[in-house]
Design a protein. Structure first.
Length: 91
């Protein structure tokens, strides 16, 4: 019924998705799940919102940045909790 639902999770490489605001663009931007945002994960509401923020800030020439991407894989507490869950410690 939904053949493209998993397309967001297929392996990809650089250049598979367009940048939010393509180089040289003055009035075109891509938003949503199928544009490229470094270090972010597709299939989240935050991804879609962040792409829209990048587009608006860039095209309007605002000196603002969207909120930074949370990098939980670098958080020691998250790593410890993941380790404990994987090894069934404390369950």
């Amino acid at each position: 019924m939904m053949p493209f639902i998993t397309s967001q999770f297929l392996p990809r490489s650089a250049g598979d998705r367009p940048q939010v605001v393509p180089k040289g663009s003055k009035n075109l931007a891509f938003t949503g799940q199928f544009c490229e945002i470094p270090d972010d994960v597709v299939f989240t509401v935050e991804y879609s919102i962040r792409s829209a923020q990048i587009a608006v800030y860039s095209l309007l020439g605002l000196k603002k940045e969207p909120p930074s991407v949370y990098k939980g894989q670098l958080n020691p507490r998250v790593l410890l909790e993941a380790f404990m869950a994987l090894h069934e410690i404390g369950v």
